[in-house]
Every structure is written in structure tokens, then in C-alpha cells.
Design a protein around this ligand. Structure first.
Ligand code: ASN
Length: 318
């Protein structure tokens, strides 16, 4: 350690080595590995086909909040690092043989400094992203509830001692989860409704109707209502999944892009697929692996689920 200190800035080196040598790290990683193994088994059982992730594409999720641009020049064009696999999930499902898919995908979101200490953000994380052709939000919500119970039962079976040590008890099995509408919670609890509700909740719940990206479907029967859904973990752990029925109607996509100020030129090929009526009707979602690990292990900060710290706006040496 002393010798290394002369090579580089000592405080960053020291914090990095401390992070790497944490006594609970291996146990946290075993839980995370258990989540992934159970997820693969569940997806296989349910017939979803696994796709490999992409790290670079001319289009990626614009996200509904700003992050620092992460793109590079190559072969005379710009390539963005993946923020989510949303468009690739939809586009892969144009293949008539493929009706459902999932991807364990690295996502790079270079968050601004206001998200450095939320305890919920990393500038690079892993998302299990999945999508179904021809299914609706009710199907996906039930699918996710079943997946969580499946993962939790597996972890109880495989890692009881670790769970008792890290979270103080085994994991529960949940009945049907409560569903809340964002606008109703906001009216009752104010602008911090998501955080407050998560803090008072003892079980996960769904939060529906967020005004977000153009790919989330607006209810044709009730404009201004969006057919999307988030999982909120209880005990203050906050958002764990987001998903939606997707907009696949060309005119509606354009309308939503205009409302949100999206650059249509960047998405011209995606729009061409939609205009040709080839974009399938799908629904899906994605959950953050480190966030699920954090909730299960009751970690203070999601960064405790990483081997190499990925705290937003914090310099790293490895
Ligand atoms: N994976 C999310 C979804 O399927 C999108 C995201 O991560 N922004 O809706």
C-alpha cells in the first residue's frame, strides 16, 4: 500500500482499496449472483430468449432526465453508450419467430452531481431488461411479481446464513402488490411522494402513470395518462424497475417526440420502421440488479453492491 501510494493520488487509492477489501463484499456478491442465476432460470422456464447486450449504438434511450453525453466517434458516425436497451428490445421483436426476450445489460448513465449521494445511483450499472410482443401492462406486472417471489424463494433456500447476516431475516413472499397512481400520491404527500411512500411502505408497490419518454404508451382512451409502471422497493429503497406498454403508432410517437423536444433526425430510421407499421405492439420493463441487491441486503448505498465503485461524479482509478 505504501509503495502504491507514491504512484498515484493516495486518498483515491486508499478508498479504492478499502472498497475492494470490504469484509461483506463477497457475501453481497453471492446474493447478486443468486439474483442473476434465479433470473436466468425463471426466464428460461417462461420461454424468454436471451439476447446479448450492446454497448454502442447510434440510438439509445434519451431518458427523461439529463445525463452527461457518453458517445464516441467511429466509422464516420456517433455511437452512444447504452443507457438502456429499450429500442433494441422493440426492434428485435420485429422477428416473427421471437415473441419475448431479455438481456442482462450494462447501462452507462453519467449522472450529474445532484445524484452523487442519493444512495440509489451509479454511473454504470446492470439492468435486466425484458420485453414481450402482444402483451399488456397487467401481464408484465404479474410476471414481475412472480419473478420477485421466485428469486426471493431461491435465495432463502440457497443463502439463508448470508441473508440472516446481511438483512437480519429471510426474504418474504408477497401477495398481490398495491398499485398507486403518481398524481394521487402527489396530491396526498407532495412532490416527494415517491420517497415518502417508499419509506412508510413495508412491501413493494407499483407506481403507475409517469409522464416520461415517447416510447411509453399514452392511454388512447385518456390522453395525458401513460401506461407505464414502476416498482418501488419499501423501507425507503425507492425505485427498482420501470416499464411500460410501448407506443408503436408512428403519428403518436411523432406527437410525443414533439412534446418532449426529441431530436427526430437521430431517430429517423426508428421512425421509418414505425411509419412502415413494423414496430410491434410490446410491453416490458427492466430492473436494476444492484438496486435489487441493495434492497435484499439492506445496504445503505447501492455502491456497496459494486466491486469497483461507480458513484456518480466521483473520480475512480480502476
Ligand atoms: N428498461 C426500461 C423499460 O423497459 C427503460 C429504462 O431503463 N429507461 O421501460
Amino acid at each position: 500500500m505504501m509503495e502504491l501510494q507514491t504512484l498515484t493520488e493516495p486518498t483515491v487509492l486508499e478508498t479504492t482499496m478499502k472498497h475492494l477489501m470490504r469484509p461483506t463484499l463477497t457475501k453481497v456478491l453471492k446474493v447478486q449472483q443468486g439474483i442473476i442465476r434465479a433470473t436466468h432460470d425463471f426466464m428460461f422456464k417462461k420461454g424468454l430468449t436471451q439476447l446479448m447486450p450492446l454497448m454502442l449504438s447510434p440510438i439509445t434511450d434519451p431518458l427523461n432526465q439529463g445525463v452527461v453525453d457518453a458517445s464516441i466517434g467511429y466509422a464516420d458516425q456517433r455511437w452512444s453508450l447504452t443507457k438502456s436497451m429499450i429500442f433494441h428490445k422493440q426492434l428485435a421483436l420485429v422477428n416473427p419467430e421471437l415473441d419475448s426476450l431479455y438481456i442482462v445489460s450494462p447501462n452507462v448513465r453519467l449522472e450529474f452531481a445532484d445524484r452523487a449521494d442519493t444512495g440509489r445511483h451509479l454511473f454504470e450499472f446492470t439492468q435486466v431488461d425484458f420485453e414481450f410482443r402482444g402483451k399488456d401492462r397487467f401481464f408484465v406486472m404479474e410476471f414481475m411479481e412472480e419473478l420477485v417471489n421466485f428469486i426471493f424463494a431461491r435465495l432463502n433456500q440457497e443463502l439463508p446464513e448470508i441473508l440472516l447476516e446481511l438483512r437480519g431475516e429471510l426474504l418474504p413472499q408477497y401477495e398481490k402488490w398495491p398499485v398507486y397512481r403518481t398524481e394521487k400520491l402527489e396530491a396526498a404527500l407532495g412532490p416527494d411522494y415517491e420517497k415518502l411512500k417508499s419509506e412508510e411502505a413495508e412491501e413493494p408497490f407499483w407506481l403507475i402513470n409517469h409522464k416520461r419518454e415517447f416510447y411509453d404508451k399514452e392511454d388512447p382512451a385518456k390522453r395525458g395518462t401513460y401506461l407505464n409502471y414502476d416498482i418501488i422497493w419499501p423501507e425507503g429503497f425507492g425505485e427498482g424497475l420501470s416499464g411500460a406498454e410501448r407506443e408503436h403508432d408512428y403519428k403518436q410517437i411523432l406527437k410525443r417526440m414533439e412534446e418532449l423536444g426529441t431530436d427526430t433526425d437521430t431517430f429517423r430510421h426508428y421512425l421509418a420502421v414505425a411509419r412502415a407499421g413494423l414496430l410491434p405492439k410490446t410491453a416490458g420493463g427492466g430492473f436494476g440488479v444492484e438496486r435489487m441487491t441493495r434492497f435484499i441486503c439492506r445496504l445503505q448505498d447501492v455502491d456497496e453492491a459494486t466491486v469497483f465503485s461507480r458513484k456518480p461524479c466521483t473520480p475512480a482509478i480502476f
